[in-house]
Design a protein around this ligand. Structure first.
Ligand code: GLU
Length: 419
């Protein structure tokens, strides 16, 4: 067991991951120092008129971590535990994500400290519009393009788009991605993170020699990404999804869960536990199950020095951002667990966001099959670049992903004459 005093500040973790990779890469010290910090950040308050007449003041952030390769890009999270450091870390990971996926974008992230479950639809709409009012001058197709993330969705993107367009007096659908299809969203965007993750798992299984047909998997988190992954794991890879969880707890059935039974149970009960024929397990228990593929698809810091030595999966597919701490990484490397690092594994969302921006710019929309085919190509190419780097440099996959990404971002910063 590792030390109990592991630093769980996500930005400290993001910086230490960068430091390790910079060391392996022999990155120039000036460039290293430049890449260790966000280029710009915005901190603001959002006063919202609540339904009872009171005005509540929320805190919002937008971090534009690095835009050397193109406009900043990344989602907006609504979460009660949001902090500027979580947003900074997530914005850094977006920078490495767009670079490893090789799309012409930088990295950014936004957040509001709030619990959306406690807000009425009207309050949520006013909060979303207030967020955009604060940053409208600093976002846009050529500056910074937000998208959904934890607890935000296409409807929220629709309100934000509308607010931006009203302020600017023109249609500008490419200012935000993950929009409803009716407002210029891309076919396939909703499922893109999950589908991209499934393509990555398919490639990882080939690499380690795992037959996915009938292989067992456990998914932590049942939001947009977790639920989509459940569906595609069965449909595309023929896997048996034996465990699932949401914020209230998890369920297990060694025979596997069908999407249909879970969706109809959720519709009636609002939570996974209580599903007929399932055993209740906790979120930590789910992570330690003896499964072939473990898919953290919730939030950061789930696999730590505290539980890493009890993880039994052969492949860990990080569909969440930042689920694994550096102490856990050390253990997984020692044990030979094949980790598909987050900013590679979950790049599908931002890849299709990029396709959405392209479609908005040309005002010509693609069929879903075309989107998915291009997504597969991008994910597979990114996966191969990382694995090749890992083999050539004899480093873990996460370090390899950093090497690929840092090199691309540093090259752009150099060519601009910044460093
Ligand atoms: N929030 C997603 C992520 O973390 C998508 C970001 C985007 O599409 O810009 O990758």
């Amino acid at each position: 067991m590792k030390s109990t005093s592991e630093n769980l500040n996500p930005f400290a973790i993001a910086q230490s991951q960068l430091d390790e990779a910079a060391d392996v890469l022999g990155l120039d010290e000036n460039m290293h120092m430049f890449l260790r910090q966000p280029m710009r950040e915005f901190h603001f308050t959002i006063p919202v008129r609540m339904d009872d007449g009171r005005v509540r003041t929320f805190n919002g952030y937008r971090v534009q971590y690095n835009d050397a390769r193109g406009p900043a890009k990344g989602g907006i999270r609504f979460h009660p535990d949001e902090t500027i450091d979580t947003v900074r870390a997530l914005a850094a990971w977006m920078t490495w994500k767009t670079a490893v996926a090789d799309i012409p974008l930088g990295g950014g992230k936004g957040g509001i400290i709030c619990n959306p479950r406690e807000l009425s639809p009207g309050e949520l709409e006013r909060l979303s519009r207030g967020y955009i009012r604060n940053i409208s001058r600093y976002v846009g197709l050529r500056q910074d393009v937000p998208a959904p993330d934890v607890n935000t969705n296409p409807q929220i993107m629709g309100w934000m788009l509308d607010e931006y367009e009203v302020l600017n007096g023109a249609h500008e659908p490419g200012v935000i991605t993950g929009k409803p299809i009716e407002l210029g969203g891309s076919a396939g965007r909703g499922a893109a993170t999950s589908l991209g993750g499934i393509f990555a798992i398919r490639e990882a299984a080939k690499t380690v020699g795992l037959e996915t047909q009938g292989a067992s998997c456990a998914i932590q988190g049942y939001g947009n990404v977790g639920s989509g992954t459940h569906k595609f794991a069965i449909e595309i890879l023929g896997m048996k999804v034996v465990a699932l969880s949401d914020e209230f707890g998890g369920i297990y059935n060694e025979e596997g869960f069908s999407v249909k039974e879970v969706v109809s149970h959720l519709k009636q009960n609002g939570r996974l536990q209580g599903l007929a024929g399932s055993t209740e397990i906790s979120n930590p228990d789910l992570l330690e199950l003896d499964v072939d593929v473990l898919i953290p698809a919730a939030i950061e810091n789930q696999l730590t020095g505290q539980n890493a030595d009890r993880i039994k999966a052969k492949i860990i597919a990080e569909l969440a951002n930042g689920p694994t701490t550096p102490d856990a990484d050390d253990v997984f490397n020692e044990k030979g667990i094949f980790v598909i690092p987050d900013f590679l594994c979950n790049a599908g969302g931002v890849i299709v966001s990029y396709f959405e921006m392209v479609q908005n710019t040309s005002n010509f929309y693609w069929e879903e099959d075309e989107v998915n085919e291009r997504l597969d190509k991008k994910m597979t190419t990114a996966f191969k670049a990382v694995i090749e780097m890992a083999e050539n440099e004899e480093v873990p996959n996460r370090v390899a992903a950093y090497l690929v990404a840092i090199d691309r971002v540093a090259q752009a910063a150099r060519l601009r004459g910044w460093v």
